[in-house]
Design a protein around this ligand. Structure first.
Ligand code: RTP
Ligand code: MG
Length: 142
């Protein structure tokens, strides 16, 4: 299996619920390692840039408004097939469609306030990690 890195965000709704630790446990219990992490309150510009691929979608203003509504944890997870492993732990975008036991099934309220983000491909992961972290902020743990 390939060791990968992926960009994970614990979104404002989950931070507000004080669920950071419980969500981090899901990642750690699944064998993913946190190799970089910080708490940020995203600016409008930073959130718009992060979700630029969605800028022409009707939900974009709500998405940016939500992502700037409170602090988030941005982090890099490392492990075997980390990109798909993280997406499996997260569950479907719409929590009503998320499998039982996934993070979104357990913590998300709606398709907007859906608790977590995870990169969806190796190309996205590379871009998204570089969007938040310099190389010297990532700590390989072997
Ligand atoms: P994310 O990027 O946050 O990890 O979520 P995702 O890959 O599962 O979903 P994506 O298609 O990339 O959409 C990004 C975020 O936009 C919001 N969204 N709203 N109202 C809608 O139809 C709609 N579709 C997407 C969600 O909050 C989603 O997480
Ligand atoms: Mg996405």
């Amino acid at each position: 299996m390939a060791t990968e890195r992926t960009l994970s965000i614990i979104k404002p709704d989950a931070v507000a619920k004080n669920a950071i630790g419980e969500i981090e446990s899901r990642f750690e219990n699944a064998g993913l390692k946190i190799v970089a992490a910080k708490m940020l309150h995203l600016s409008q510009e930073k959130a718009e840039g992060f979700y630029a691929e969605h800028k022409d979608r009707p939900f974009f203003p709500d998405l940016v408004g939500f992502m700037t509504s409170g602090p988030v944890i941005v982090q890099v997870l490392e492990g075997d097939n980390a990109i798909s492993a993280n997406r499996d732990l997260m569950g479907a975008t719409n929590p009503k469609e998320a499998d039982p036991g996934t993070i979104r099934a357990d913590y998300a309220q709606s398709i907007d306030a859906n608790a977590v983000h995870g990169s969806d491909s190796p190309e996205s992961a590379e871009r998204e990690i570089a969007y938040f972290f310099s190389d010297d902020e990532i700590c390989p743990r072997g």
